[in-house]
Ligand binder design. Sequence first.
Ligand SMILES: NC(=O)CC[C@H](N)C(=O)O
Length: 319
Amino acid sequence: MTATAVPPRPRSTADPGRPGLGALLEDLVRAHRPTRALGSVPGSIPHLAEVDHTRFGIAVAMASGEVFEAGDAAVPFSVQSISKVFSLALALGHDGGSGLWSRVHREPSGTAFNSLVQLEAERGIPRNPFINAGALVVTDHLIDAVGDASGEVLRLLAAPSGRGAVNEDAFAAELARSGRNLALAHLLADLGNLRNPADAVVHHYVRQCSVEMSCADVARAGLFLADDGVGPGGRVVSPAVAKRLGAVMLTCGMYDAAGEFAYRVGLPSKSGVGGGILAIVPGVCAVCVWSPRLDAHGNSIAGAAALAELAERTGWSIF
Ligand SMILES: NC(=O)CC[C@H](N)C(=O)O
């Protein structure tokens, strides 16, 4: 019997190349930079209410090393929940997922990212690592593994660019209004799914959310997710972990709008209430878009629209 070679997994080979991609990003800035303050900004993070609603940046970090940028792609913004991908990558890197996945599920939540009700009903096992309850469990896990969990997340985010820092004022302001995240942490503890003190876990979690970086630097930092676990500075996670991170991003990365976003854009993505979205084109590139005004789910209105057009015009949807 002759062995039949397994055909390679088809990947998107679409790559508009230079100058095509640069011109396309400029088009997206012209088409999607907001002129009116539509939607909202989160009330619990005062710092985010001050950001100019006309901000719009987009950057694409190619696996080949090139980075394309347009609009406000060099302006630092608050990464917020985008940081959850990086803390999950670190936590999985430390135990391969065996211990962590018994403490948090991998299903879309279908409820608000900061819901307490679902956590109570499901006896302290959060639906996924990208809702706040799940991210608190990941942070708790990471504290056990490395101690300075938020410091490690910042190091991973900043590694490719050498840039990125906690905005200390924003951190202090959000920490002072963290009643809901503290409630989630105490409920987790009460239900036996927190090992460290609730306030220490919330401290590290809010600190990693308060990191500020530009679209170009977030795209560089996220490249390992698109390139089998290897980033600009070397291997971050195994190919198997990179694949799983992409799966969780696709199903759970856009809060309870993950289904709609997969339909419109078709890329594993993670958004943050700072208005950023990190999207992955497996084998090709990482994209980061930022515009601060949010829809009712907490996703950037202009960012999601721009990613939909980018996926349409490049053929980069994974489907
Ligand atoms: N979804 C988000 O980006 C939320 C992050 C924010 N720091 C919070 O905990 O509420």
